[in-house]
Design a protein around this ligand. Structure first.
Ligand SMILES: Nc1nc2c(c(=O)[nH]1)N[C@H]1C(S)=C(S)[C@@H](COP(=O)(O)OP(=O)(O)OC[C@H]3O[C@@H](n4cnc5c(N)ncnc54)[C@H](O)[C@@H]3O)O[C@H]1N2
Ligand code: MOO
Length: 394
């Protein structure tokens, strides 16, 4: 069995980055910037006021000083003239600072009578001026690749960039396998259960920028699996769920091989998720990358976070990195780990992190309560309250 790190390296070696496409800014949220963007302007484009008040010369701004108000500068309506000695300009937040002024005294610190203002006794010390280019300057860059956050979209808009080049959404085909499975809403026979894993994986992959295709459930026959694989044609990534282990009805590996999947690895030293497999489909079958996830719901979903999420990021052009790890202090002790890397379902709270009591890989109710996968290295010794552990937020 290979380690999780080795499996990730092998997966990254199978990744073919998607091509780029141009999309309007609103469609770029959560996508990966494919081409560096250069600002064509300064922001703000002028020295501007940060407050509502009066613009004047700072060397004249003494407590009790008087000024004549000779004009107004509002956002979108600057003052064309210049302020002379003893003159002030009424100004509002976001308005350009008029020539001849370098400070804004807020209106709370001013008494006004007609066109005359008198500064108060206790003036604030700042200029209340936002210098031109304080946010960004013409020529500043947003570097690709970059996962575009909501704030990034505002920054790009502010740069006057209406559309960007981003990685195409990877197309992911999801194939649930098993004679025991029916879809939610159907009437299961006494020996059947509801196919659930695909719903978590579908949501997870779409949240990572993918487009998903949920294919009909494949039955535990070679013919049914073959037909499912053929429906997956055109996808960038084919994900099977279940049928990956060693039982007589676990046919995914055999059928994949028959269809020309070149296997990269099978089985990873981790818990849950051991019977993971990966490879690439033959050119005849579309050449997609294939990942076979174990059927146990928690195993499939954990592998989605640990393996498929980094793969989808890399496909879209981000660096090939494992899922980011965070640290927290244990609020409950942990037993020593076995020989496989363990991803314990747990909860991180303001008081620390703890693992759920029950860790069987079939328990979706436990996973649903979890917000973290606590990472335990192979053979990690028991850990006490207060020890720091690493986790993947989920
Ligand atoms: N003799 C051995 N038996 C098993 C081993 C082993 O090493 N030796 N490994 C165990 C581990 S670990 C796992 S994980 C499972 C994985 O097996 P498969 O990938 O073949 O999965 P299935 O047998 O098809 O299903 C396992 C379990 O999950 C349920 N399932 C499957 N698909 C779905 C779905 N889409 N939604 C909800 N539930 C699903 C299925 O009904 C089974 O209960 O093998 C162990 N066995
Ligand atoms: O390791 Mo299997 O993947 O649940 O329990």
């Amino acid at each position: 069995m290979i380690t999780v790190a080795e499996a990730l390296e092998a997966l990254f070696a199978l990744v073919k980055p998607v091509t780029a496409e141009t999309v309007p800014l609103r469609a770029a949220a959560g996508r990966v910037l494919a081409e560096t963007v250069t600002a064509q302007r300064d922001q703000p484009p002028f020295d501007g006021s940060a407050m509502d008040g009066y613009a004047l010369r700072s060397d004249q701004a003494h407590p009790g000083a008087r000024f004549r108000v000779v004009g107004e500068s509002a956002a979108g309506h600057g003052y064309d003239g210049a302020a002379g000695p003893g003159e002030a300009i009424r100004i509002f937040t976001g308005a350009p600072l008029p020539a001849g002024t370098d400070r804004v005294v807020i209106q709370e610190d001013v008494a006004r009578q007609g066109d005359t203002i008198t500064l108060g006794d206790r003036l604030d010390t700042g200029t209340n001026v936002r210098p031109a280019g304080a946010d960004f300057r013409r020529g500043d860059q947003m570097l690709a690749p970059r996962l575009l956050s909501p704030a990034d979209l505002a920054l790009l808009a502010s740069m006057n960039v209406p559309q960007v080049r981003v990685g195409r959404r990877p197309e992911v085909a999801l194939i649930a396998t098993g004679d025991e499975l029916v879809l939610p809403g159907e009437s299961p026979a006494p020996d059947q259960i509801i196919a659930s894993n695909t719903y978590a994986l579908d949501a997870l992959f779409r949240s990572l920028g993918a487009r998903t295709r949920m294919l009909p459930i494949a039955r535990d026959t070679r013919a049914s699996l073959r037909s499912a694989f053929s429906l997956a044609q055109g996808a960038d990534l084919v994900i099977t769920i279940g049928g990956a282990s060693v039982g007589d009805h676990d046919l995914v590996g055999a059928v994949a091989e028959e269809l020309g999947v070149e296997r990269s690895f099978y089985k990873v030293a981790m818990r849950p998720g051991k019977p993971l497999m990966a490879g690439r489909m033959s050119a005849r079958m579309g050449g997609a990358m294939m990942i076979g996830l174990p059927g146990n719901p928690v195993s499939a979903i954990v592998c989605g976070h640990v393996f498929v999420a980094p793969v989808l990021r890399a496909m879209q052009g981000l660096p090939a990195n494992p899922a980011p790890l965070y640290s927290a202090r244990l609020s409950e002790p942990l037993a020593a780990n076995g020989t496989r890397e363990h991803y314990l379902r747990g909860r991180v709270t303001p008081d620390g992190i703890f693992a759920a009591d029950r860790q069987d890989s079939s328990l979706l109710s436990v996973l649903s309560e979890a917000n973290a996968l606590i990472l335990r290295e192979p053979d990690a010794p028991a850990a006490a309250i207060g020890d720091i552990v690493r986790y993947i937020p989920i």
